[in-house]
Design a protein around this ligand. Structure first.
Ligand code: ATP
Length: 351
Protein backbone atom coordinates (compact mmCIF):
# COMPACT_ATOMS: atom_id res chain seq x y z
CA UNK A 1 0.00 0.00 0.00
CA UNK A 2 1.40 3.36 -0.97
CA UNK A 3 -0.48 5.57 1.47
CA UNK A 4 -2.10 4.52 4.75
CA UNK A 5 -4.00 6.43 7.35
CA UNK A 6 -4.11 4.15 10.38
CA UNK A 7 -6.56 5.09 13.10
CA UNK A 8 -5.74 8.75 12.47
CA UNK A 9 -7.40 11.22 14.80
CA UNK A 10 -7.13 14.99 14.68
CA UNK A 11 -8.38 16.95 17.65
CA UNK A 12 -7.86 20.70 17.47
CA UNK A 13 -7.00 22.86 20.49
CA UNK A 14 -10.64 23.91 20.90
CA UNK A 15 -11.71 20.27 21.19
CA UNK A 16 -13.08 19.90 17.62
CA UNK A 17 -12.51 16.38 16.37
CA UNK A 18 -11.90 16.77 12.61
CA UNK A 19 -10.75 13.18 12.00
CA UNK A 20 -11.99 10.36 14.14
CA UNK A 21 -9.84 7.19 13.92
CA UNK A 22 -9.71 7.41 10.13
CA UNK A 23 -8.54 4.28 8.32
CA UNK A 24 -7.80 4.71 4.61
CA UNK A 25 -5.33 2.90 2.36
CA UNK A 26 -4.67 3.42 -1.31
CA UNK A 27 -2.16 2.44 -3.95
CA UNK A 28 0.48 4.26 -5.87
CA UNK A 29 -0.86 5.64 -9.14
CA UNK A 30 -4.45 5.97 -7.94
CA UNK A 31 -6.59 9.08 -8.34
CA UNK A 32 -8.25 9.25 -4.93
CA UNK A 33 -11.00 11.80 -4.45
CA UNK A 34 -11.96 12.87 -0.93
CA UNK A 35 -15.62 13.79 -1.00
CA UNK A 36 -17.95 14.76 1.79
CA UNK A 37 -20.07 17.56 3.22
CA UNK A 38 -18.53 20.73 4.58
CA UNK A 39 -16.66 20.02 7.79
CA UNK A 40 -16.31 16.29 7.20
CA UNK A 41 -12.50 16.45 7.46
CA UNK A 42 -11.32 16.45 3.83
CA UNK A 43 -8.92 19.37 4.14
CA UNK A 44 -7.66 18.13 7.48
CA UNK A 45 -6.87 14.71 5.96
CA UNK A 46 -4.86 16.46 3.21
CA UNK A 47 -3.00 18.70 5.63
CA UNK A 48 -2.06 15.74 7.78
CA UNK A 49 -0.88 13.73 4.77
CA UNK A 50 1.22 16.68 3.62
CA UNK A 51 2.64 17.12 7.11
CA UNK A 52 1.26 20.63 7.60
CA UNK A 53 -0.45 19.48 10.83
CA UNK A 54 0.46 16.66 13.19
CA UNK A 55 -2.17 14.01 13.98
CA UNK A 56 -3.36 13.73 17.59
CA UNK A 57 -3.40 9.95 17.34
CA UNK A 58 -2.71 7.13 14.91
CA UNK A 59 -0.14 7.21 12.14
CA UNK A 60 0.33 7.93 8.45
CA UNK A 61 2.53 5.74 6.27
CA UNK A 62 3.83 6.40 2.76
CA UNK A 63 5.24 3.38 1.01
CA UNK A 64 5.44 1.45 4.24
CA UNK A 65 7.37 4.20 6.04
CA UNK A 66 5.85 5.93 9.06
CA UNK A 67 5.95 9.62 8.11
CA UNK A 68 4.07 10.92 11.13
CA UNK A 69 7.16 12.83 12.29
CA UNK A 70 8.63 13.55 8.84
CA UNK A 71 8.56 17.26 7.89
CA UNK A 72 6.54 18.25 4.77
CA UNK A 73 9.60 18.78 2.54
CA UNK A 74 10.69 15.19 2.92
CA UNK A 75 7.37 13.49 2.25
CA UNK A 76 7.51 13.60 -1.54
CA UNK A 77 4.19 15.43 -1.82
CA UNK A 78 3.36 18.32 -4.14
CA UNK A 79 0.38 20.51 -3.20
CA UNK A 80 -2.09 22.62 -5.13
CA UNK A 81 -4.22 24.91 -2.99
CA UNK A 82 -7.66 26.29 -3.75
CA UNK A 83 -6.34 29.86 -4.07
CA UNK A 84 -3.23 28.61 -5.98
CA UNK A 85 -0.91 30.47 -3.55
CA UNK A 86 1.30 31.81 -6.36
CA UNK A 87 3.96 34.46 -5.61
CA UNK A 88 2.55 37.59 -7.24
CA UNK A 89 5.94 39.34 -7.61
CA UNK A 90 7.59 36.36 -9.34
CA UNK A 91 7.15 35.40 -12.99
CA UNK A 92 5.37 32.21 -13.93
CA UNK A 93 8.79 30.68 -14.66
CA UNK A 94 10.08 31.56 -11.20
CA UNK A 95 6.88 30.36 -9.52
CA UNK A 96 7.26 26.97 -11.16
CA UNK A 97 11.04 26.91 -10.57
CA UNK A 98 10.69 27.68 -6.86
CA UNK A 99 10.49 24.07 -5.56
CA UNK A 100 13.60 23.25 -7.63
CA UNK A 101 15.51 26.29 -6.35
CA UNK A 102 14.88 25.38 -2.72
CA UNK A 103 16.15 21.90 -3.57
CA UNK A 104 19.32 23.50 -4.99
CA UNK A 105 18.85 22.07 -8.48
CA UNK A 106 21.37 23.47 -11.02
CA UNK A 107 20.27 26.37 -13.25
CA UNK A 108 20.30 24.56 -16.60
CA UNK A 109 18.39 21.65 -15.14
CA UNK A 110 15.80 24.04 -13.68
CA UNK A 111 15.33 25.57 -17.12
CA UNK A 112 14.83 22.13 -18.68
CA UNK A 113 12.39 20.86 -16.07
CA UNK A 114 10.28 24.03 -15.95
CA UNK A 115 9.96 24.01 -19.75
CA UNK A 116 9.02 20.35 -19.74
CA UNK A 117 6.23 20.71 -17.16
CA UNK A 118 5.06 23.98 -18.76
CA UNK A 119 4.69 22.17 -22.10
CA UNK A 120 2.81 19.38 -20.41
CA UNK A 121 0.37 21.92 -18.96
CA UNK A 122 0.31 24.06 -22.10
CA UNK A 123 1.52 27.22 -20.41
CA UNK A 124 4.88 27.48 -22.20
CA UNK A 125 4.04 30.85 -23.72
CA UNK A 126 3.20 32.54 -20.40
CA UNK A 127 6.45 31.88 -18.56
CA UNK A 128 7.51 35.55 -18.55
CA UNK A 129 4.20 36.82 -17.15
CA UNK A 130 3.32 37.56 -13.53
CA UNK A 131 0.36 35.74 -11.92
CA UNK A 132 -1.73 38.96 -12.06
CA UNK A 133 -1.59 38.77 -15.86
CA UNK A 134 -3.09 35.29 -16.06
CA UNK A 135 -6.65 34.05 -16.40
CA UNK A 136 -8.04 31.78 -13.66
CA UNK A 137 -7.45 28.66 -15.74
CA UNK A 138 -3.88 29.67 -16.58
CA UNK A 139 -3.10 30.41 -12.92
CA UNK A 140 -4.52 27.04 -12.00
CA UNK A 141 -2.19 25.33 -14.48
CA UNK A 142 0.78 27.21 -13.07
CA UNK A 143 -0.12 25.97 -9.59
CA UNK A 144 -0.33 22.40 -10.88
CA UNK A 145 2.96 22.81 -12.73
CA UNK A 146 4.66 24.04 -9.58
CA UNK A 147 3.32 21.07 -7.63
CA UNK A 148 4.56 18.59 -10.23
CA UNK A 149 7.87 20.10 -11.38
CA UNK A 150 10.03 18.36 -8.79
CA UNK A 151 8.46 14.97 -9.56
CA UNK A 152 6.77 14.23 -6.25
CA UNK A 153 5.29 10.75 -5.91
CA UNK A 154 2.01 12.21 -4.68
CA UNK A 155 0.16 15.30 -5.82
CA UNK A 156 -2.38 16.69 -3.34
CA UNK A 157 -5.06 19.05 -4.62
CA UNK A 158 -7.51 20.77 -2.29
CA UNK A 159 -10.50 22.02 -4.30
CA UNK A 160 -8.23 23.20 -7.13
CA UNK A 161 -11.07 23.88 -9.56
CA UNK A 162 -13.50 25.67 -7.29
CA UNK A 163 -12.44 29.19 -8.36
CA UNK A 164 -13.01 28.50 -12.04
CA UNK A 165 -16.20 29.12 -13.99
CA UNK A 166 -18.29 26.10 -14.97
CA UNK A 167 -16.94 25.70 -18.50
CA UNK A 168 -13.30 26.05 -17.54
CA UNK A 169 -13.86 23.67 -14.69
CA UNK A 170 -15.02 21.02 -17.12
CA UNK A 171 -12.03 21.66 -19.34
CA UNK A 172 -9.54 21.46 -16.46
CA UNK A 173 -11.18 18.27 -15.28
CA UNK A 174 -10.37 16.69 -18.62
CA UNK A 175 -6.82 18.05 -18.42
CA UNK A 176 -6.31 16.55 -14.97
CA UNK A 177 -7.55 13.20 -16.22
CA UNK A 178 -5.09 13.38 -19.10
CA UNK A 179 -2.26 14.38 -16.77
CA UNK A 180 -2.95 11.57 -14.36
CA UNK A 181 -2.95 8.97 -17.11
CA UNK A 182 0.26 10.35 -18.55
CA UNK A 183 2.24 10.79 -15.33
CA UNK A 184 1.17 7.71 -13.42
CA UNK A 185 1.44 9.52 -10.08
CA UNK A 186 -0.80 9.30 -7.07
CA UNK A 187 -3.32 12.13 -7.09
CA UNK A 188 -5.31 13.00 -3.97
CA UNK A 189 -8.03 15.46 -4.78
CA UNK A 190 -10.54 17.20 -2.53
CA UNK A 191 -13.87 18.34 -3.91
CA UNK A 192 -17.47 19.10 -3.03
CA UNK A 193 -18.48 18.31 -6.57
CA UNK A 194 -19.89 14.83 -7.09
CA UNK A 195 -19.61 14.95 -10.85
CA UNK A 196 -15.95 15.88 -10.56
CA UNK A 197 -15.44 13.00 -8.15
CA UNK A 198 -17.26 10.51 -10.35
CA UNK A 199 -15.31 11.42 -13.48
CA UNK A 200 -11.82 11.77 -12.00
CA UNK A 201 -11.53 9.19 -9.26
CA UNK A 202 -10.20 5.68 -9.50
CA UNK A 203 -11.69 5.46 -6.00
CA UNK A 204 -13.79 7.89 -3.98
CA UNK A 205 -13.38 8.20 -0.21
CA UNK A 206 -16.64 9.55 1.19
CA UNK A 207 -16.06 11.19 4.56
CA UNK A 208 -18.65 11.92 7.21
CA UNK A 209 -17.84 13.48 10.59
CA UNK A 210 -14.15 12.65 10.22
CA UNK A 211 -14.84 8.99 9.49
CA UNK A 212 -14.77 6.99 6.29
CA UNK A 213 -18.34 6.32 5.15
CA UNK A 214 -17.24 4.34 2.06
CA UNK A 215 -14.15 3.90 -0.12
CA UNK A 216 -14.85 2.38 -3.51
CA UNK A 217 -14.84 2.87 -7.24
CA UNK A 218 -17.27 5.58 -8.38
CA UNK A 219 -19.63 3.07 -9.94
CA UNK A 220 -19.85 1.03 -6.71
CA UNK A 221 -20.40 4.15 -4.62
CA UNK A 222 -23.32 5.00 -6.86
CA UNK A 223 -24.77 1.56 -7.40
CA UNK A 224 -24.09 -0.06 -4.04
CA UNK A 225 -23.85 2.64 -1.42
CA UNK A 226 -22.65 1.07 1.83
CA UNK A 227 -25.07 3.04 3.96
CA UNK A 228 -27.91 5.50 3.91
CA UNK A 229 -25.61 8.50 4.21
CA UNK A 230 -23.66 7.66 1.03
CA UNK A 231 -26.89 6.74 -0.76
CA UNK A 232 -28.41 10.14 -0.04
CA UNK A 233 -25.19 12.06 -0.59
CA UNK A 234 -24.37 10.69 -4.04
CA UNK A 235 -26.71 11.47 -6.90
CA UNK A 236 -28.87 14.49 -7.78
CA UNK A 237 -31.69 14.56 -7.05
CA UNK A 238 -30.91 12.42 -4.02
CA UNK A 239 -32.00 8.80 -3.76
CA UNK A 240 -35.53 8.46 -2.36
CA UNK A 241 -35.33 6.74 1.00
CA UNK A 242 -38.62 5.69 2.54
CA UNK A 243 -38.95 4.51 6.11
CA UNK A 244 -41.57 1.82 6.32
CA UNK A 245 -42.37 -1.76 7.23
CA UNK A 246 -42.26 -5.02 5.35
CA UNK A 247 -44.99 -7.58 5.93
CA UNK A 248 -45.28 -10.72 3.84
CA UNK A 249 -42.97 -9.42 1.10
CA UNK A 250 -44.77 -6.08 0.74
CA UNK A 251 -43.22 -2.78 1.85
CA UNK A 252 -45.60 -0.07 3.02
CA UNK A 253 -45.37 3.57 4.00
CA UNK A 254 -47.95 6.31 3.35
CA UNK A 255 -49.60 5.43 0.05
CA UNK A 256 -46.60 3.41 -1.16
CA UNK A 257 -47.03 -0.35 -1.25
CA UNK A 258 -44.63 -2.43 -3.32
CA UNK A 259 -43.28 -5.97 -3.47
CA UNK A 260 -39.76 -6.34 -2.04
CA UNK A 261 -37.17 -9.03 -1.35
CA UNK A 262 -36.70 -8.40 2.33
CA UNK A 263 -37.64 -10.04 5.60
CA UNK A 264 -40.52 -8.71 7.67
CA UNK A 265 -39.95 -5.70 9.90
CA UNK A 266 -38.95 -2.04 9.68
CA UNK A 267 -36.64 -1.07 6.81
CA UNK A 268 -35.45 2.02 4.95
CA UNK A 269 -36.14 1.40 1.28
CA UNK A 270 -34.12 3.30 -1.33
CA UNK A 271 -34.76 3.94 -5.01
CA UNK A 272 -33.06 6.44 -7.31
CA UNK A 273 -35.39 9.01 -8.94
CA UNK A 274 -34.34 7.86 -12.43
CA UNK A 275 -35.24 4.26 -11.68
CA UNK A 276 -38.87 4.78 -10.78
CA UNK A 277 -41.13 3.82 -13.68
CA UNK A 278 -44.03 6.02 -14.67
CA UNK A 279 -47.18 4.15 -15.74
CA UNK A 280 -50.85 4.98 -16.13
CA UNK A 281 -52.94 5.84 -13.07
CA UNK A 282 -55.22 2.90 -13.87
CA UNK A 283 -52.38 0.33 -13.86
CA UNK A 284 -53.49 -2.39 -11.40
CA UNK A 285 -50.10 -3.06 -9.77
CA UNK A 286 -48.84 0.49 -9.70
CA UNK A 287 -48.48 2.80 -6.72
CA UNK A 288 -51.04 5.54 -7.24
CA UNK A 289 -49.83 9.04 -6.45
CA UNK A 290 -50.75 12.60 -7.32
CA UNK A 291 -48.17 14.91 -8.90
CA UNK A 292 -47.38 17.69 -6.44
CA UNK A 293 -44.71 19.58 -8.39
CA UNK A 294 -43.38 19.23 -11.92
CA UNK A 295 -39.94 20.64 -12.72
CA UNK A 296 -38.10 20.70 -16.03
CA UNK A 297 -34.38 20.04 -16.07
CA UNK A 298 -34.05 19.73 -19.82
CA UNK A 299 -33.97 17.21 -21.31
CA UNK A 300 -35.37 15.51 -18.17
CA UNK A 301 -38.46 16.11 -16.07
CA UNK A 302 -38.75 15.79 -12.30
CA UNK A 303 -42.08 14.82 -10.80
CA UNK A 304 -42.38 15.22 -7.05
CA UNK A 305 -45.09 13.46 -5.03
CA UNK A 306 -46.15 13.92 -1.43
CA UNK A 307 -46.48 10.58 0.28
CA UNK A 308 -48.89 11.40 3.10
CA UNK A 309 -46.91 12.02 6.28
CA UNK A 310 -43.99 9.98 4.95
CA UNK A 311 -41.21 11.68 2.99
CA UNK A 312 -41.77 12.90 -0.57
CA UNK A 313 -40.96 10.78 -3.61
CA UNK A 314 -39.06 12.23 -6.58
CA UNK A 315 -39.05 10.71 -10.05
CA UNK A 316 -36.72 11.72 -12.87
CA UNK A 317 -37.54 10.76 -16.42
CA UNK A 318 -36.23 11.32 -19.95
CA UNK A 319 -39.71 10.52 -21.17
CA UNK A 320 -42.33 12.83 -22.53
CA UNK A 321 -44.28 14.44 -19.67
CA UNK A 322 -46.08 17.08 -21.72
CA UNK A 323 -49.44 15.61 -20.80
CA UNK A 324 -48.71 15.53 -17.07
CA UNK A 325 -49.43 18.42 -14.74
CA UNK A 326 -49.47 19.08 -11.01
CA UNK A 327 -52.60 17.68 -9.38
CA UNK A 328 -52.83 14.74 -11.76
CA UNK A 329 -52.89 11.13 -10.52
CA UNK A 330 -50.30 8.78 -12.05
CA UNK A 331 -49.02 5.28 -11.43
CA UNK A 332 -45.49 4.51 -10.24
CA UNK A 333 -43.54 1.28 -10.22
CA UNK A 334 -40.49 0.50 -8.12
CA UNK A 335 -38.73 -2.33 -10.00
CA UNK A 336 -37.23 -4.84 -7.56
CA UNK A 337 -33.69 -4.79 -9.05
CA UNK A 338 -33.57 -1.02 -8.48
CA UNK A 339 -34.28 -1.25 -4.74
CA UNK A 340 -31.75 -0.64 -1.95
CA UNK A 341 -32.39 -1.83 1.58
CA UNK A 342 -30.95 -0.10 4.64
CA UNK A 343 -31.22 -0.98 8.31
CA UNK A 344 -33.84 1.34 9.78
CA UNK A 345 -31.72 1.98 12.89
CA UNK A 346 -28.04 1.88 11.84
CA UNK A 347 -28.54 2.95 8.20
CA UNK A 348 -26.14 0.22 7.03
CA UNK A 349 -26.90 -1.48 3.74
CA UNK A 350 -28.72 -4.78 4.21
CA UNK A 351 -28.62 -5.84 0.57
P1 ATP B 1 -14.96 22.10 3.67
O1 ATP B 1 -15.56 21.25 2.61
O2 ATP B 1 -15.93 23.10 4.24
O3 ATP B 1 -13.63 22.69 3.30
P2 ATP B 1 -13.71 19.91 5.09
O4 ATP B 1 -14.39 18.63 4.89
O5 ATP B 1 -12.46 20.16 4.32
O6 ATP B 1 -14.72 21.11 4.93
P3 ATP B 1 -12.11 20.45 7.41
O7 ATP B 1 -11.66 21.79 6.95
O8 ATP B 1 -11.13 19.34 7.39
O9 ATP B 1 -13.43 19.99 6.65
O10 ATP B 1 -12.66 20.63 8.89
C1 ATP B 1 -13.13 19.55 9.66
C2 ATP B 1 -13.60 20.08 11.00
O11 ATP B 1 -12.50 20.59 11.74
C3 ATP B 1 -14.60 21.21 10.90
O12 ATP B 1 -15.55 21.06 11.94
C4 ATP B 1 -13.76 22.45 11.11
O13 ATP B 1 -14.53 23.49 11.67
C5 ATP B 1 -12.74 21.94 12.08
N1 ATP B 1 -11.45 22.66 12.00
C6 ATP B 1 -10.65 22.78 10.92
N2 ATP B 1 -9.53 23.48 11.22
C7 ATP B 1 -9.63 23.80 12.53
C8 ATP B 1 -8.79 24.51 13.45
N3 ATP B 1 -7.62 25.01 13.09
N4 ATP B 1 -9.24 24.63 14.73
C9 ATP B 1 -10.42 24.11 15.12
N5 ATP B 1 -11.25 23.43 14.32
C10 ATP B 1 -10.86 23.27 13.04
Amino acid sequence: MAVSFKEVTKRFADGTVALDRLNLQFDLGEFVVLLGPSGSGKTTACRLLAGLEPPSGGRIEIDGRDVTDVPPRFRGIGMVFQNYALYSHKTVFENIAYPLRIRKVAGAEIERQVKEVADLLRIGSYLHRKPGQLSGGQAQRVAVARALVWQPAICLMDEPLSNLDALLRLHMRTELNRLHKKLDKTFVFVTHDQEEAMTLATRIAVLKDGKLAQFDEPRTIYRQPANRFVAEFMGRPAMNILDGTVEGGVFRTGSVACPVDCKDGPVALGIRPEQIELVGADDQDAIRMVVDVKELIEPDTLLIFQNGDASAVTLRTHGDCDGIAAGQPVGLRFPKPALHYFDSVTGQRIR
